[in-house]
Design a protein around this ligand. Structure first.
Ligand code: ASP
Length: 324
């Protein structure tokens, strides 16, 4: 019997429990709310699509994560948000990139999926679509201004000045605390349908309209009832080039590899050798939970049929997940 449930992540990075101890309680509470929101939908017989969307909306509304309200800043001091959602039953998908005024990009991604013939809309066009469709809350750009993110940008700009203008991407050097907090959710519902959703502000100090893996189907987000559903976090350029989420599910579908082993092969082996930091969460079609990351930490959580949320951040605070 498949076991329904939901797994979330709140970003991978180089961090220790100590390095964000002042923010941990608030993060845990938002993650618990996200898991509870998803669980309520699944327990009532709702769809995995509704569950992942509800969970991601909770995380987008929290200033603690790099998605929605707490999005990181671009080089120019603006916020450009990306999100995607995918239905494992039909392989329908919707995504938005570089939106600047959409409070919950994941809601707009869902509309792209359901009310347009397209998969990915960007920038002004995506926002025009939001206005035309209605029901999508637009906010002033100042809504996304948080002090924490602003200071992170200032540090990146200082490093850049010290390197005479060479582009600095804080995540890539792995030495400083780089816990930003892209968010994602994957669910399996009582009908046996998988769904995945991911939302992010991207990378601090990104420029020139850079878009990462989160809104790219098969890279940062993928769901297919025949294999698994995956949401990723990490340096998006690697996840795009290695089509990480799809590669994991393809290994499951074509080779019969377990989803955890497939995720470990791609994250611990392929990506690590390539120098790409990050991780994934996922579920296979039986509801087996998958988590894999090659960074010191990845915020992550799980809720199963019993409704008990489990939340972890680093390798040290890992607790065993329900075995199959
Ligand atoms: N994957 C995201 C991106 O590259 C960032 C992250 O997960 O932290 O846009």
């Amino acid at each position: 019997m498949p076991r329904w449930g939901m797994v979330i992540h709140t970003g991978a990075g180089a961090f220790t429990l100590e390095s964000f101890k002042d923010r941990q309680a608030e993060m845990r509470s938002a993650m618990t709310d996200a898991l509870t929101a998803g669980h309520a939908i699944l327990a009532a017989g709702g769809t995995s699509l509704d569950a992942v969307q509800a969970a991601v909306v909770v995380l987008e509304d929290s200033p603690q994560f790099n998605a929605g309200r707490g999005a990181v800043f671009t080089h120019e001091g603006t916020n450009e948000l990306d999100a995607a959602i995918m239905d494992g039953r039909t392989l329908a998908a919707g995504a938005v990139a570089a939106v600047t005024r959409v409070k919950n990009p994941i809601r707009l991604a869902r509309l792209v999926m359901e009310r347009s013939p397209h998969v990915l809309m960007v920038g002004d066009g995506a926002e025009a679509f939001a206005k035309e469709q209605g029901g999508i809350e637009l906010v002033p750009e100042s809504y996304f201004h948080t002090d924490l993110r602003w200071q992170q940008l200032q540090r990146a700009l200082e490093q850049e000045r010290a390197k005479q203008g060479a582009m600095v991407q804080p995540r890539s050097d792995g030495r400083e605390d780089t816990y930003f907090g892209t968010v994602g959710a994957v669910a399996l519902d009582q009908q046996g349908n998988l769904a995945a959703a991911t939302s992010t502000g991207g990378l601090t100090n990104k420029r020139f309209g850079r878009v990462g893996d989160s809104p790219i189907v098969g890279a940062g987000t993928y769901a297919n009832n025949r294999s698994c559903a995956v949401s990723a976090t990490g340096t998006g350029e690697y996840f795009i080039r290695f089509t990480v989420a799809h590669d994991i599910c393809a290994r499951v579908e074509y080779r019969g590899t377990s989803a955890q082993q497939a995720a470990d092969e791609v994250i611990q082996d392929v990506l690590t050798r390539a120098g790409g930091p990050g991780g994934v969460v996922g579920l296979d079609r039986l509801g087996t939970v998958v988590m894999s990351f090659n960074t010191t930490g990845m915020g992550r959580g799980y809720v199963g049929q019993d409704g008990q949320p489990v939340i972890m951040f680093t390798a040290e605070d890992a607790v065993p997940l329900p075995a199959r």
